[in-house]
Structures are given as C-alpha cells and as structure tokens.
Design a protein. Structure first.
Length: 84
C-alpha cells in the first residue's frame, strides 16, 4: 500500500472481488467476511482522518493564516518556517 486514498479504494475493490469468488468454501467465506470487516473499520478511520485534514485546509482557505498556529498538521515544520 502506498498510503494514498486511491490505494485504499483499490484494496477495497480487491476485497469485494475476493468476496464474490464463488469457489470459496463456507469457512473461506467466513474468513473473508472477517477480513472485510477489519478492512472496513480501518478504511473508515482513514476516511475520517482525510475529512479532518480537508476541514483544516478549508478553515485556512476561508479565514487565512490567523488559524495556522492552531493547525500544526498543516503548518510547515518549525525549522522550515524559520528559514523563510
């Protein structure tokens, strides 16, 4: 995984393909369902994190730099900011 949302999308679709495999035994289906549940749980957290980052970016876009000090996840590192 390359840690991009498009990669997450690819993994979820691959899991759907595994679930659709008609040659799976009932035990294999149960295992894939358990795996799917775990993947969906992690994917939900990743999507929520992406939404939070987008909200922070929107806040800065709408209200300017006065909020940057409160949003360290989108501010440049301290040593980079000092060099400017």
């Amino acid at each position: 995984m390359k840690n991009r949302l498009t990669d997450l999308n690819d993994h979820l679709f691959m899991q759907m393909e595994r679930l659709a495999n008609e040659e799976l035994t009932p035990e294999q289906i149960a295992s894939e369902v358990e795996r799917t549940d775990a993947m969906v749980h992690v994917a939900d957290r990743i999507v929520e994190n992406a939404k939070l980052n987008l909200q922070a970016c929107e806040l800065v876009a709408k209200h300017g730099d006065r909020f940057m000090k409160h949003l360290p996840m989108i501010a440049p590192p301290a040593n980079e900011a000092a060099g400017k």
